[in-house]
Design a binder for this molecule. Structure first.
Ligand SMILES: Cc1cc2nc3c(=O)[nH]c(=O)nc-3n(C[C@H](O)[C@H](O)[C@H](O)COP(=O)(O)O)c2cc1C
Length: 205
């Protein structure tokens, strides 16, 4: 599925602004609980040579990042834009589309200061608009991963990895990119539509 049809898939139907804001705020707050990296990078206390670097909006990729972090006793770093993306789902989809089409690489909230100490990097992200999100391009552009082993882990809403692997290959020259772990994960859009459908039937007080 490509182009307009895919774009429509990642757009939710018209709903009240109040309902949309309420639902998306809950999702973002709820998703923030598991394994959010408070310090960047958050160390395990030992000198790990492995880093989990991830971006996640609704929490799916964050859960996987936390699993890897705990299983392998790695450091962990959350890749975030300096200017946060909107909480509103549709606004984020639209901003991501514009940034992708214009090759925008947004400034990062933080970079990994001592990237040289890591030999292995688990890099996680969701698919946005059939490719890697703009912050992942920013992350790759601002860190030299030459000579490092890169293990991508990617979540998507059912439409596959798109061009994300070729983005990694072109923006991480000299890194050894291992086969990606990927999985379909629940879409915020589906939750949003279901919750808003329910709310629409709930009589106001
Ligand atoms: C802005 C945006 C664009 C998306 N575009 C796609 C897409 O092109 N293909 C796809 O399969 N899923 C797409 N999704 C769904 C996410 O990739 C999927 O739900 C992912 O697991 C979300 O990960 P997260 O919870 O870590 O943010 C998109 C989601 C968002 C928010």
């Amino acid at each position: 599925m490509r182009g307009k049809q895919l774009a429509e898939t990642f757009r939710s139907p018209r709903i009240s602004r109040r309902a949309a804001l309420g639902a998306s705020t809950l999702l973002v707050l709820g998703a923030a609980f598991p394994a959010r990296a408070k310090e960047n990078p958050m160390s395990t206390g030992r000198t790990s040579k492995t880093l989990v670097a991830f971006s996640s909006r609704s929490g799916n990729t964050r859960v996987i990042a936390g699993i890897i972090h705990r299983a392998q006793a790695t450091d962990i770093f959350e890749i975030r834009a300096a200017v946060p993306y909107p909480e509103d789902y549709d606004a984020t989809v639209e901003q991501a589309r514009v940034e992708r089409d214009n090759g925008v690489e947004p400034a990062l909230a933080q970079t990994v200061e001592n990237i040289d100490r890591y030999e292995t990097i688990y890099l996680g992200f969701p698919i946005w608009g059939e490719t890697a999100p703009p912050v992942i391009r920013s992350f790759l552009r601002s860190h030299d991963l030459k000579g490092k082993t890169l293990h991508p882990f990617i979540t998507h809403g059912g439409y596959g990895l798109g061009s994300s692997l070729s983005v990694l290959a072109s923006l991480a020259p000299g890194a050894r990119i291992e086969p990606a772990f990927s999985m379909e994960a629940d879409q915020e859009k589906r939750t949003l539509n279901k919750v808003n459908g329910w709310l629409a039937g709930v009589a106001p007080d």
